[in-house]
Design a protein around this ligand. Structure first.
Ligand code: HEC
Length: 120
């Protein structure tokens, strides 16, 4: 009897862990597909486009700058574009390309790139 419960719990845990891993992978994939041309393969703001850009993309590995933004602000600027938080129009809006859920996962991904949280 106990054994069965153990395996049920184990199975549920594995399922949850694998779904979480999948979400992370999707955000990393989306970053590679949509963000690296400006923000760079390493997320350091050195994408192939930058030579011709009048405003340089944010270095997402810059913990100091990125910790100055709340998750809500990051969500907003990704969804609605640079102008939504009084930043450059060169940061496109991704509404319609990324779902709200994918944008939330992207914010989590950005936090792993900067190794930072809001306010620290
Ligand atoms: C066409 C180039 C371009 C692409 C593609 C792009 N960005 Fe940006 N992004 C910018 C620029 C330029 C800025 C800086 C705007 C400013 O400082 O006024 C910026 C700023 C940001 C910021 C705001 C940082 C801050 O607080 O100042 C975030 C977050 C961001 N980008 C995330 C993303 C994500 C996520 C993607 C992919 C889904 C993406 N960007 C794709 C150009 C781009």
């Amino acid at each position: 009897m106990h054994n069965k419960l153990f395996f049920k719990l184990l199975f549920t845990t594995l399922l949850v862990v694998s779904i979480q891993a999948q979400a992370k992978e999707t955000a990393a994939d989306n970053y590679k597909a949509y963000c690296v041309q400006c923000h760079g393969m390493e997320g350091n703001g050195k994408g192939v486009n930058i030579r011709d850009m009048s405003v340089q993309p944010r270095d997402h590995t810059d913990a100091k700058a990125m910790s100055g933004r709340s998750d809500d602000q990051l969500f907003k600027v990704i969804k609605e574009g640079g102008t939504s938080i009084s930043k450059s129009i060169l940061m496109p809006n991704w509404d319609g390309v990324l779902s709200d859920e994918e944008i939330r996962d992207m914010v989590v991904h950005l936090r792993t790139l900067c190794k930072c949280k809001f306010g620290s």
